[in-house]
Design a protein around this ligand. Sequence first.
Ligand code: URA
Length: 241
Amino acid sequence: MPEMRLDKFLSGQLPKISRTGAKELLKKGLVTVDGVIVKKYDYKLDPEKSVVAVSGERVTYREHLYIMLNKPAGVVCAVRDKITPTVMELLPEELRRQGLFPAGRLDKDSVGFVLLTDDGELAHRMLSPVSHVPKKYFVRLEKPVSDSVCELFASGMTIDGGEKCLPAELEILSPKECFVTLHEGKFHQIKRMFEAAGNSVIYLKRIQIGGAILDEELDEGKARLLEENEIKSLISCKQIF
Ligand code: URA
């Protein structure tokens, strides 16, 4: 790992600490590197190997953040919005960092798994139209759904405006409840697919992205960091049924 300046390390890893703030911490003698107090702001360290602590508390180095948010209804998947609250505003202080954005969108009234990250490369690989990372949703419908809709979805249906969809999997759970797995992300796609099939979506929750499953313990509006294996499974899993 290339060397990094200590003030850059601190401002990048600590929420709400600017370069100036980092220099203050250093000046006050609150920062140790490998157990030794360091006051030089341009001290060079290996971020992956050096053990940095502030006031005795270890600062774990993370090049990027990968956050699972259980989005509630009424917030939008955007970095900022003049009118509506955004997913970013739900993040607790310790998970905030410059450059975070929602990798993929859910509608304002949809709920469930939203990935927030500052890793543009991973987001690009996940969202690219050629990657087809599966996304699984729990859907509640206005009217009972029939087996023929499974075939329709599997065939790659055409929705309003003549847009052709990739084959999608539909698993019926009860007359008005099902799972749907998409391999792409067109605007309002599931709602439009059911409208085209003569039905209406009344509740939509994303429960899985790639192989990463929404944590059932995570209440709506709450967020946590993804585990290492969950980060890997975001892209690697192609088949989830
Ligand atoms: N399909 C929709 O219609 N809405 C979403 O939020 C996600 C998928």
